[in-house]
Design a protein around this ligand. Structure first.
Ligand code: NDP
Length: 274
């Protein structure tokens, strides 16, 4: 379990990744994303999660350059979007992301969604980028167990990460167990269910006990579950608040009460039907 904002998890290829980061989905390119990235890094964040689909890689790159923190201290993730999947088009998509970000390598590159009939070829392109040293680790996003199994059976590199929707209303127990067995790190997207969990009575009750916010309790639950988490905010006070979760611990009983809120309820698409 990580013990501070810059603590890392060790991925299955030995690369270290911060266990906590900033997500920038739906953050407008330009000043807004530049400000979010710089603010997060100023407050100690070292991991930024973007994607070509978010259309803000240029601003993310600018924020990184203006942060004053060296590239090697940062961990930058991007993803290949669905309409660019396939071998050659993925290689091109990667080059475009690098160019927009203004970087010469990525720390992590993910297949954004398991596009049927395409994702095996896409993975071959990611393996090539990894072997060529253009990316330090490769992984997937929105893969169910059956997608992961199929990929593992048909390729030489096991994904380091599966980034999926994960929060107290969608606890993904089977996927989590499978990832633990296969040494694939689980990473939570929409950890706050985009704000829709913040009035959940069990969570607000626990939050009151620790004098913390509901968001902090949920993100602490991620950390104690050994799930990498990347909450998004464009507001400095929330960027700061979300990361201020290393001075309290949830009891085993509280962890369980939060996990029992599971409804298998998604805010996004089901990876079998998107
Ligand atoms: P989150 O669960 O992180 O919620 C973000 C929302 O919650 C925003 O509206 C934000 O508002 C608000 N918020 C953040 N912190 C607080 C707080 N402390 N108190 C109250 N409200 C708060 O949703 P996301 O969907 O953005 O998920 C996080 C990241 O995961 C994304 O940004 C992206 O990087 C990644 N992702 C990946 C996907 C994939 O398919 N691989 C899909 C979706 C997301 P405000 O900004 O105004 O503060």
């Amino acid at each position: 379990m990580i013990n501070n904002l810059q603590d890392t998890v060790i991925l299955n290829n030995g690369v270290k990744m911060p266990g906590f980061g900033l997500g920038v989905y739906k953050v407008e390119d330009g000043d807004t994303v530049v400000h979010s990235v710089k603010t997060a890094i100023k407050h100690g964040y070292r991991s930024i999660d973007t994607a070509s689909f978010y259309d803000n890689e240029r601003g993310v790159g600018q924020g990184i350059r203006e942060s004053g923190v060296s590239r090697e201290e940062l961990f930058i993730t991007s993803k290949v979007w669905n309409d660019q999947q396939g071998y050659d088009s993925t290689l091109q998509a990667f080059e475009q992301s690098l160019e927009k970000l203004g970087l010469d390598y990525l720390d992590l590159y993910l297949i954004h969604w398991p596009v049927s009939g395409k994702y095996h070829e896409t993975w071959k392109a990611l393996e090539k980028l990894y072997q060529d040293g253009q990316v330090r680790a490769i992984g997937v996003s929105n893969f169910h167990v059956h997608h992961l199994k199929s990929l593992i059976e048909n390729s030489s590199v096991t994904p380091v990460i599966d980034q999926v929707e994960y929060h107290p209303h969608l606890t993904q127990e089977k996927l989590k167990d499978f990832c633990t067995r296969e040494n694939i790190q689980l990473e939570a997207w929409s950890p706050l269910k985009r704000g829709r969990l913040l009035n959940e009575p069990v969570i607000t009750e626990i939050a009151q006990k620790y004098q913390k916010s509901a968001a902090q309790v949920i993100l602490r639950w991620d950390v104690q579950n050994d799930v990498v988490t990347i909450p998004k905010s464009i507001h400095e006070h929330r960027i700061n608040e979300n990361a201020d979760i290393f001075d309290f611990s949830l009891t085993g009983e509280e962890m369980l009460r939060i996990s029992e809120l599971n409804l298998n309820d998604r805010s996004g698409s089901n990876p079998d039907d998107f």
